[in-house]
Design a protein around this ligand. Structure first.
Ligand SMILES: Cc1cc2nc3c(=O)[nH]c(=O)nc-3n(C[C@H](O)[C@H](O)[C@H](O)COP(=O)(O)O)c2cc1C
Length: 206
């Protein structure tokens, strides 16, 4: 896969996750080594990663995730084009505890409660590029993951479970990681082309 293919085919992998095959620490660490090449505001490198592979702990995290996901589902009426995603989202929620590695991406500090847009942008913008680097690195070597946030409704409970100091560290995403089972790439990018979402010189300018 060349880099453009990798960038265009890295998806939310859910049903293709191999729930039966363990993931090596060394492989995870290698992909995390790619993650940490991401940019961050003033090169703070605020990312911290917590890898959970112990089955009992995965089960407890998955229980919180499922509660968060159920609340998310009950609060929305999906568009018809979102039904497929929601079905695979349900599949992931049901099987989350079986995914061999749950990687929590965290940022040092807490998001600014009030304050300037640059601070808020810098807080989250200094962690998501690393998360995405990680997901790309996984895919590049035949593994896969999904960016998820549903458990964050229970961030405090998960922090307690994992000894994360809640006042000092923010959980940003939960990334279920596994080897990918062979399968066709997801059909259709389901993305509007750049030409439809890009303006020139002025907002709306063609
Ligand atoms: C910030 C963010 C939060 C997300 N949270 C969840 C989540 O909690 N559960 C889930 O199954 N997918 C989650 N997703 C995955 C999206 O549903 C997915 O990226 C999107 O539908 C595009 O999927 P595709 O790349 O496979 O086309 C999240 C993605 C992002 C960027």
């Amino acid at each position: 896969m060349n880099s453009t293919e990798l960038l265009r085919t890295t998806r939310a992998f859910r049903r293709r996750l191999d729930l039966t095959r363990p993931v090596d620490r060394a492989e995870l660490l290698d992909c995390l080594d790619t993650a940490v090449h991401a940019p961050s505001g003033t090169n703070r490198q605020p990312w911290r990663f917590l890898v959970v592979q112990e089955p009992g702990t995965r089960q407890q995290i998955a229980d919180y995730y499922r509660k968060g996901f159920a609340a998310y589902l009950s609060a929305r009426i999906p568009r018809p084009d979102q039904l497929g995603d929601l079905a695979s989202g349900r599949y992931l929620a049901e099987h989350l505890h079986e995914v061999p590695a749950l990687v929590l991406a965290c940022a040092l500090g807490r998001p600014p409660a009030t304050g300037s847009a640059p601070h808020l942008a810098s807080f989250y913008g200094s962690i998501y590029p690393a998360v995405w680097n990680f997901l790309l690195a996984l895919h590049d070597r035949g593994l896969g993951g999904t960016m998820t946030t549903a458990h964050l409704a229970y961030e405090r409970e998960v922090a307690e479970l994992l000894d994360i100091p809640f006042d000092e560290v923010t959980q940003v995403a939960l990334l279920p990681v596994a080897h990918l089972r062979p399968g066709p790439p997801k059909q259709g990018a389901r993305r509007r082309p750049a030409s439809e979402v890009t303006a020139w010189e002025r907002w709306g300018g063609a």
